[in-house]
Design a protein. Structure first.
Lengths: 189, 1127
């Protein structure tokens, strides 16, 4: 699985901006693998080649900073899905001891599978949570791809935070961030 | 077996199932009372064996489930207790029959049964029967518990015997195949002699014995049997029973590891019961080793090593549960078993605090398909999932399932939606969505929660409560939604929410009372403090005229009582804080007080706020509510709320009251941190009277120039210089208190102009005599407005009219036209138009009259009120005295005042002096008028104005032989009266000459007779402030021939009797000194007396000018002596 790593650590030019970014991200680029906890997979086999159906960014205080889902008409369903996934996120974070918090991997792996979706989580060191919901029929999507999606998301989020006109805690309205998210939600190659 | 028992937990495996059921007609509450008493016997310690028997009671149990009793013996109904009412002996057989019918339902599995008969007395009841107990009534059954215990013991005996029967390894006997209901047909026609079949039989029996051991309180035996069963069953791939054996193993291990039980309180068991269980479990654990030694059936179970080995560790328990569940999963018909196993495993994991794994089990449980579930079952299932998620700390997930359960209650497929249940369940989800229905918590915390789902939940609560038929709740929830989620709602949503809120409030207006739900949950009131949003609260002072002032003396008293120190930094510190809260000014009881709020409307439509009033504490306060309408998304908008304090004391403005969309709310400022306020506590002083002032003059349009102090009202009037106008001021007491004191003062504000005389004068006596003034009464005060201004433009010198060298100093009544008039063309009509404008400027005079009044309770406290009236007078020039001089009159005591009077007005006017004819002056005409005025003693004048000061200079006194002092000349111009003051005074010392007893003056001729001695008295009166003298006074007679010749050589004609020279000693001020002498005229004729003074003080005789003394010339006419006298 590790051999299928596609995304490389991006090369940063040594200007101050990227240094700041790096500082914020800290160990965000560690690539240790985790095993996902899948109890039951693929009870229904629907074919859907979308990468992600819902992407959410959740503040430290557990309210959404950003949420976007592909079937727009049923957004509330994803609200519930993401909201309930926070239970697992919290459990996973608290499971890692305080002392280990520094070495904690940001990627949390599969949070829980529902009948139709799989929910993946990622928590930054500042306790901002990223949640990606993918269609559970999309078996082609590997753990590493999910990871790289989170990494991209984190990079883009860091950019948003670096924007001096952004108030931390406000909902994200950045176009750049939006386009990154949109890219993750379109057809996979 | 279709209905799972979600309440099951691992330790239920060691219980025996007893069904308690009513037979015939038993009142429900009575039944449950008895049921409760029965269930209190949950654990029975068996006397001889030191073992415990645990009993699980059910009042409802499906016979269908009973059929699984061989699979897991705790599912088997082994005991039946029937409760029945039997009124008479006649009914007894029937009742007995029914009991037997009921027994038959569970007949196959029952070990024993009991019937509790209530109400039957008499013969039948006397019988001693083991299976029937008779009680006279439901209230009179003291030994129910004892009976139940006996019953349980009898069950134990059967159980123990069965266990022993099965446990003994009778290898020779054929072991029957135990099977679950759905398996039965599978085994038809199978070769019963095969090894495989035998092993299966053995394995299943082992498992069964394990169950029995566990129930009988022999944990270690049970573990051993389970282990053996697992091995046997694994070898024959009997997965269902393998699963059951594994689960049994897990249960036994759980019971060993967690004697406190895994059900916890969340399972809904009564706390007292759980407590009892806990104790019992402890006791059980203590006794367990004993239990091992007490039985010697299986030798290999008695060793300690074996026990440790057989019992699963906490990790293993979960692994085995997983395995068991996966085996169960292979059978569609064992769904309930699988589900229950999941639930049990979750409870164990919850105890182990392994939430993640527990959630996996739960996730699995969600997927277990139990076929067609009824709606009720679905609700139950979702609720239990929610409870279990709650148990493992997944509050959001728990809330999610609870919400799903709530929605299931009102699913469209249900003919009678349970809105009440739905609402109740929705309320329970609140905590999971970090929502608290107390708006205070919301405004406080930083926790904002997941708005989208919170809004959704609130909407659902609103809808459910409405369908429940409780619009009050809907209103409360909608208010909460509006209050807390306002920023998150879109404009469209805001509109919808408010519309529905208005709809609901039309049925049930929202208020501030706490709503209590039947289950005890309290819904705190939701004040809509964001509709409108209040930004600042400012208490306003009373209008100037109504502001109370404290009398100074009393104020100091007050201050000193607070602290003995003039300055203390510590006290200052605390007081400083106090001051930030307390406001400087005061309010008055009974007067309308105002508070200004800055509000804005955050809604995208017009907001109508009704009954907006103040909330206060500390003082009885009558708030006068206001209604306002704020435009959509208005900016800050000032709103003034008014009210009347009804008592005195410190009033605290604690908040405000509004009524928006039919929801009345009391918004307390304490709960609104965003509101800026400069303090909310203000002192209310006792009531004071209130005066309204009205004047006879029109109100002034323009305010007074030095508007440092605000005036309650002002009047303006236009006057000619010197004119007097009466201003009638009416003061009406419009308050409710008697007016007791009234003081009037005035202050002239315009100090630039030189003002003569009193500008404003009044007589307060009359007004004061009418006090106290009752409410509604009025008092009038007449004020004379008199203007006397100097229009000379600062130049003080008057054109001297006289050529005779008498220096005249007049009042500054000189005219700016003096230059023009210089050529002394008195009759020349003056004034080109241009020159007229030069002097025709208007001067203004301003003064403030202050009415200080008090009365009522406020006066006791030392407060008073000020009412100020500004008086604005435009003064126009009227008449100028362009030149002034005096001419001596014929009498020494009088003189003529010559005045050139110039009319600067545009009107014809008439000037009249005291005794003169009227002088008519045309506009811009100048004429001279002469007025005879008496000289007077200026020292005796009571210092009329400041002009006199100038002449009190003694040096000037000496140099000016005659000078003017104030005297009134009044002239009239229609109704206009002009006054001018001029002063003419007597000389400093006056000399009175009395001839023949008659005082002499210029015009008086004293008559005397020739040959008679004429007594002459010369009296010197000192009117100056200094002593004068001594003087030598010489009287010289002379004759004036009226042709310029004066004959002093009169020794022949006049003879002095005595000396003609008198010596007058020092005369002190205001005293007089008289010299007496006599004259004898020898011839007839007109004689004059010349009186000369010589200063005798220096020794040398220096003659003093006669004008110093205003010496009268004494004219004496000597007449022929009458003939008859001579005859």
């Amino acid at each position: 699985m590790l051999t299928r790593l596609k995304t490389q650590v991006p090369l940063f030019s040594m200007n101050s901006y990227t240094k700041l970014r790096e500082k914020l991200k800290l160990s965000g680029l560690s690539l240790a693998s985790t095993h996902s906890h899948v109890i039951r997979l693929g009870r229904h086999s629907r074919h859907n080649s979308k990468m992600a159906v819902c992407i959410a960014v959740i503040a430290k205080e557990n309210y959404p900073l950003f949420i976007r889902s592909v079937p727009v008409q049923n957004e509330l369903k994803f609200h519930y899905t993401v909201h309930t996934s926070l239970d697992v996120v919290e459990e996973k974070i608290s499971a890692v001891g305080k002392a280990m918090a520094d070495q904690r991997e940001l990627y949390l792996g599969l949070l829980y599978p529902t009948e139709d979706y799989k929910v993946y989580g990622y928590v930054t060191n500042s306790k901002v949570k990223f949640v990606i919901v993918v269609d559970s029929s999309n078996t082609s999507l590997r753990d590493n791809e999910i990871r790289s999606m989170f990494r991209k998301l984190h990079n883009s989020f860091t950019d948003v935070m670096c924007n001096p006109f952004y108030n931390p805690g406000d909902t994200i309205q950045s176009k750049a961030f939006d386009s990154i998210v949109s890219a993750m939600m379109v057809q996979a190659s | 077996m279709s209905i799972p028992d979600y309440m099951q937990c691992a330790e239920d495996h060691q219980t025996v199932l007893v069904v308690v059921q009513p037979v015939g007609i038993v009142p429900e509450d009575e039944f449950f009372r008895i049921y409760k008493r029965i269930t209190s016997v949950a654990q029975v310690s068996i006397r001889d064996s030191q073992r415990n028997l645990y009993i699980r009671y059910r009042h409802h149990y499906l016979p269908e489930n009973n059929e699984w009793g061989d699979f897991q013996t705790h599912r088997k109904v082994v005991g039946l207790i029937s409760v029945t009412t039997c009124g008479s002996a006649k009914e007894w057989p029937q009742t007995s029959d029914r009991f037997h019918c009921q027994k038959d339902v569970f007949g196959a599995t029952l070990y024993d049964s009991r019937l509790l008969v209530f109400g039957l007395q008499g013969e039948i009841a006397e019988q001693q029967r083991t299976d029937v107990a008779f009680y006279p009534s439901y209230d009179d059954c003291p030994d129910v518990e004892k009976r139940v215990e006996d019953f349980v013991e009898s069950i134990f005996i059967v159980l123990e015997s069965k266990r022993l029967d099965r446990a003994t390894d009778k290898s020779g006997d054929k072991i029957p195949l135990l099977c679950v209901p759905f398996e039965k047909k599978d085994f038809v026609g199978l070769d019963t002699d095969s090894r495989h079949y035998k092993k299966r039989c053995q394995g299943r029996m082992r498992k069964h014995v394990g169950d029995l051991c566990l129930q009988a309180g022999m944990l270690q035996d049970a573990l051993v049997h389970y282990h053996m069963a697992v091995e046997l069953l694994r070898s024959v791939n009997d997965f269902l029973w393998l699963g059951a054996a594994l689960e049994g193993l897990c249960s036994a291990s759980v019971i060993f590891h967690y004697p406190g039980g895994t059900a916890g309180k969340a399972s809904g068991r009564e706390p007292s019961l759980a407590h009892g269980q806990g104790q019992a479990a402890d006791a059980g654990k203590r006794h367990r080793p004993g239990a091992l030694t007490a039985n010697g059936i299986s030798a290999d179970t008695s060793s300690e090593i074996g026990r440790a080995k057989n019992c699963l560790g906490p990790e293993d328990i979960i692994e085995k549960y997983k395995e068991a569940i996966s085996y169960y999963g292979k059978y569609k018909n064992a769904g309930v078993i699988e589900l229950e196993a999941c639930v049990k495993a979750v409870r164990v994991l919850a105890i182990q605090k392994r939430a993640m794994e527990a959630s996996e089990f739960l996730q699995n449980a969600v997927y277990i398909n139990l076929g067609q579930l009824s709606e009720e079952e679905k609700i139950q299932r979702y609720s239990i999932l929610s409870e279990l998620y709650h148990l493992i700390g997944f509050h959001r997930k728990s809330a999610f399932f609870k919400r799903v359960a709530a929605m299931q209650c009102v699913a469209p497929t249900i003919p009678e939606p349970g809105w009440r249940a739905c609402y109740k369940l929705l309320l329970e989800t609140l905590s999971g969505y970090s929502l608290c229905l107390d708006p205070k918590d919301f405004s406080k915390g930083s926790h904002r929660g997941w708005a989208a789902v919170q809004v959704r939940l609130l909407h659902e609560l609103v809808y459910a409560s409405r369908r429940m038929g409780n619009p009050g709740l809907s209103v409360r929830h909608l208010s909460f939604l509006l209050q807390t989620m306002l920023d998150l709602l879109s404009d469209q949503e805001k509109k919808e929410v408010t519309q529905s809120l208005e709809n609901y409030t039309s049925k049930c207006p929202g208020g501030m009372e706490v709503l209590t739900l039947p289950d005890g949950l309290k819904l705190p009131p939701v004040p809509l403090s964001k509709l409108p949003i209040v930004r600042s609260v400012k208490l306003l002072d009373l209008p100037v005229s109504l502001r109370p002032h404290k009398q100074k003396g009393l104020l100091e008293n007050n201050m000193s009582s607070k602290s003995p120190f003039i300055y203390s930094p510590i006290i200052m510190h605390t007081r400083g804080e106090e001051r930030t809260k307390k406001i400087e000014f005061r309010w008055v009881q009974g007067d309308v007080c105002e508070v200004q709020l800055m509000v804005y409307n955050p809604m995208p439509f017009e907001l109508r706020v009704e009954h907006m009033g103040l909330l206060t504490s500390g003082v009885e306060f009558e708030a006068l509510p206001a209604a306002l309408s704020l435009p959509a998304e208005s900016g800050l908008y000032p709103v003034t709320l008014v009210g009347v304090p009804r008592t005195a004391g410190n009033i605290n403005i604690s908040g405000y009251h509004t009524s928006v969309f039919g929801v009345t709310s009391d918004c307390l400022l304490d709960g609104l941190p965003s509101v800026r306020t400069s303090g909310c506590v203000v002192e209310v002083i006792p009531s004071l009277p209130r005066l309204q002032l009205s004047t006879s003059l029109p109100r002034s349009a323009h305010p007074l120039r030095p508007s440092k102090e605000e005036l309650s009202s002002s009047v303006s009037v236009q006057l000619f210089n010197g004119e007097t106008q009466q201003l009638t001021i009416t003061l009406e007491n419009i308050g409710s208190e008697d007016l007791e004191t009234l003081e009037v003062t005035s202050k002239t504000c315009n100090t630039k102009e030189k003002l003569f005389g009193e500008f404003l004068s009044w007589d307060l006596e009359e007004a004061v005599s009418q006090l106290p003034l009752k409410p509604g009464q009025s008092v009038t005060l007449t004020v004379n407005v008199k203007v006397r201004l100097d229009f000379s433009g600062g130049e003080n010198l008057l054109q001297d009219l006289n050529d005779d060298g008498i220096s005249v100093t007049g009042l500054p009544i000189s005219s700016p036209l003096r230059q023009v008039l210089k050529p002394r063309a008195e009759t020349k009509p003056l004034g080109s138009e241009s020159s007229k404008t030069d002097y025709n400027h208007v001067k203004t005079l301003e003064a403030v009259m202050t009415f200080k009044y008090s009365g009522g309770a406020g006066k006791m406290e030392g407060y008073y009120r000020d009412l100020s009236l500004g008086v604005h007078v435009d003064v126009e020039p009227s008449v100028f005295f362009t030149r002034v001089s005096t001419l001596p009159a014929t009498r020494t005591r009088q003189c003529h005042l010559l005045l050139d009077v110039f009319n600067s007005t545009e009107h014809e006017l008439m000037v009249s002096a005291n005794n003169n004819q009227d002088l008519v002056l045309h506009p811009s005409e100048c004429q001279r008028m002469a007025i005879q005025v008496a000289k007077f003693d200026f020292h005796t004048l009571p210092q009329p104005d400041q002009e006199a000061v100038r002449y009190t200079n003694p040096k000037l006194l000496e140099e000016e032989r005659l000078h003017a002092q104030a005297s009134m000349i009044s002239s009239t111009l229609g109704s206009l009266s002009v006054s001018l003051s001029l002063s003419l005074s007597l000389c400093s010392s006056s000399l009175d000459v009395v001839v023949n007893g008659k005082p002499c003056d210029c015009d008086i001729i004293a008559d005397c007779k020739v040959g008679d001695a004429v007594p002459l008295e010369v009296k010197l009166t000192n009117r100056s402030k200094n002593a004068v003298g001594p003087f030598a006074l010489t009287v010289v007679p002379f004759q004036d021939y009226q042709n310029g010749v004066q004959n002093y050589d009169l020794q022949d004609a006049v003879t002095f009797i005595g000396s003609n020279t008198f010596y007058i000693d020092m005369v002190k001020p205001t005293e007089n000194s008289a010299c007496m002498g006599a004259l004898l005229f020898l011839y007839t004729g007109d004689f004059y007396l010349n009186i000369k003074f010589q200063d005798d003080s220096a020794g040398q005789g220096k003659e003093l000018p006669p004008s110093w003394f205003g010496l009268p010339s004494v004219h004496i006419k000597a007449l022929e002596a009458p003939i008859e006298a001579g005859a």
